[in-house]
Design a protein around this ligand. Structure first.
Ligand SMILES: NC(=O)C1=CN([C@@H]2O[C@H](COP(=O)(O)OP(=O)(O)OC[C@H]3O[C@@H](n4cnc5c(N)ncnc54)[C@H](OP(=O)(O)O)[C@@H]3O)[C@@H](O)[C@H]2O)C=CC1
Ligand SMILES: CC(=O)[C@@H](O)[C@H](O)COP(=O)(O)O
Ligand SMILES: [Mn+2]
Length: 391
């Protein structure tokens, strides 16, 4: 089997650590090219040394000296800043796995596609902000995007050998998050610590809080539309508290194909790393007798207003995804900083969407510049909501 040259963007995060683990377990299969991270340069240097990578890059220029010191004597090159991230994406690789969090993942992901490199994408925000652009660039440069988000990997696997024309619906599951059984009136006083604890998955803090508010599922509805090109009316979400079924695909003959497995991202990451092969992965095997039963319930619209907002965004198209994502990122910043309540996040995002929908730029083409502009406008509008509430 040939060796695969792999770069990991966002190596120091939860997705990144799982990817590093898989590469470290299979040195005959994978060769690390570039690893990138953010502020945790000590960990980035350790990972780069452990995998004997060619290059380590931090997104933050002020940390270049720290990264250089941590890599001293290793022979591994160090670089920093947004331009260095793009250069890392230019470096020849068979696959780039992107586990960067947020809209910051868009420019390097797009650059990878423009090089014709296969992009294994956990960074769902880039598809939400710029799905049409990402898909068009992939097609123009003969690059492939492989889904890493667990639901989208599940759908992708259920579609192997199938014709999209035979697909009636796609159902993505949702754990329901930390507050799925809380009384509705208690949500406003949910604390950061409570929101940062996921019932089933071990993930970064931001996506964990987004699971509690279902902004994560909202992003995933849009991600599904962009990735599989399916009419939003055919995309459903269902609360499945066990997180063992990740997604289901319904076909025109009534068959419903489910992807089932334990909540361990190394499955979806490993599937993308090895695609189209299936190789051994260190994930637990399900004991169905032990599982016993699986539960499902319809998502409550009052508990999860983010789902309704995602439907509105899918109907509006254009730059609405970029606005939605940026407003959500800013709302999350404010919640994490203790400036707003848990339930204020959806109110803030809805207000930004309502205010910017009337803006003429909202319906402009989905180019990188326009997405960046819409993103900045939305962040400013979100901050404006906060100032208005405070006064
Ligand atoms: N965690 C999971 O299991 C899943 C995650 N995803 C998606 O994958 C992505 C990553 O999630 P997760 O791993 O949980 O996130 P983490 O917060 O754990 O990791 C984020 C990574 O991005 C880096 N980073 C932060 N800011 C920037 C920036 N401005 N520019 C470049 N890099 C940056 C971080 O660096 P540092 O830490 O060094 O500052 C870190 O390496 C998200 O899009 C998420 O929605 C999807 C499915 C499952
Ligand atoms: C593992 C993964 O793909 C996450 O996006 C997961 O879906 C989060 O769980 P929720 O179903 O609670 O959003
Ligand atoms: Mn997911």
């Amino acid at each position: 089997m040939s060796v695969r040259r792999v770069s990991i963007f966002g190596a120091t995060g939860s997705i990144g650590e799982n990817t590093v683990d898989l590469l470290a377990r299979a040195p005959d299969r994978f060769r690390a090219v570039a690893l990138t991270g953010g502020r945790n340069v000590a960990r980035l240097a350790q990972q780069a040394c452990a995998l004997n990578a060619e290059l380590a890059v931090t997104a933050f220029p002020d940390l270049l000296d720290d990264l250089r010191s941590a890599l001293e004597g290793s022979g591994i090159a160090a670089a920093a800043g947004p331009a260095a991230l793009l250069e890392a994406a230019d470096r020849p690789a068979d696959l780039i796995l992107s586990g960067i969090v947020g809209a910051a993942g868009l420019p390097p992901g797009l650059r990878a596609l423009r090089q014709g490199t296969t992009l294994a994408l956990a960074n769902k925000e880039s598809l939400v902000c710029a799905g049409p652009l990402m898909m068009a660039e992939a097609a123009a440069h003969g690059a492939r995007i492989l889904p890493v988000d667990s639901e989208h990997s599940a759908v992708f696997q259920a579609l192997v050998g199938e014709d999209m024309a035979a697909v009636e619906r796609i159902v993505i599951t949702a754990s329901g998050g930390a507050f799925r059984d809380w009384p509705l009136e208690a949500l406003a006083s949910a604390t950061l610590a409570e929101a940062s604890s996921h019932p089933n998955w071990d993930m970064g803090q931001r996506i964990t809080i987004d699971s509690a508010s279902m902004f994560n599922k909202a992003l995933e509805l849009i991600e599904t539309r962009e990735f599989f090109g399916i009419d939003p009316a055919r995309i459903e979400t269902i609360v499945h508290p066990e997180s063992l079924i990740h997604a289901l695909v319904g076909f025109r003959d009534g068959a419903l194909m489910a992807h089932v497995g334990p909540p361990d991202m190394r499955h979806a990451i490993g599937y993308a790393l090895n695609w189209p092969d299936r190789l051994d992965l260190p994930v637990a095997r399900l004991d169905l007798a032990q599982v016993g039963s699986l539960n499902f319930r319809a998502p409550c619209e009052k508990r999860y207003p983010a789902l309704r907002l995602a439907r509105e965004v899918m109907a509006a198209r254009g730059l609405s995804g970029a606005v939605f994502n940026a407003a959500k990122e800013r709302a999350l910043d404010h919640f994490i900083a203790g400036r707003i309540r848990f339930t204020d996040m959806s109110a803030m995002v809805e207000d930004v969407l309502t205010r910017l929908t009337g803006d003429s730029g909202f319906h402009a083409d989905v180019t990188l510049d326009n997405v960046h502009h819409a993103d900045q406008m939305a962040r400013k509008a979100a901050d404006g909501w906060l100032s208005a509430e405070a006064s």
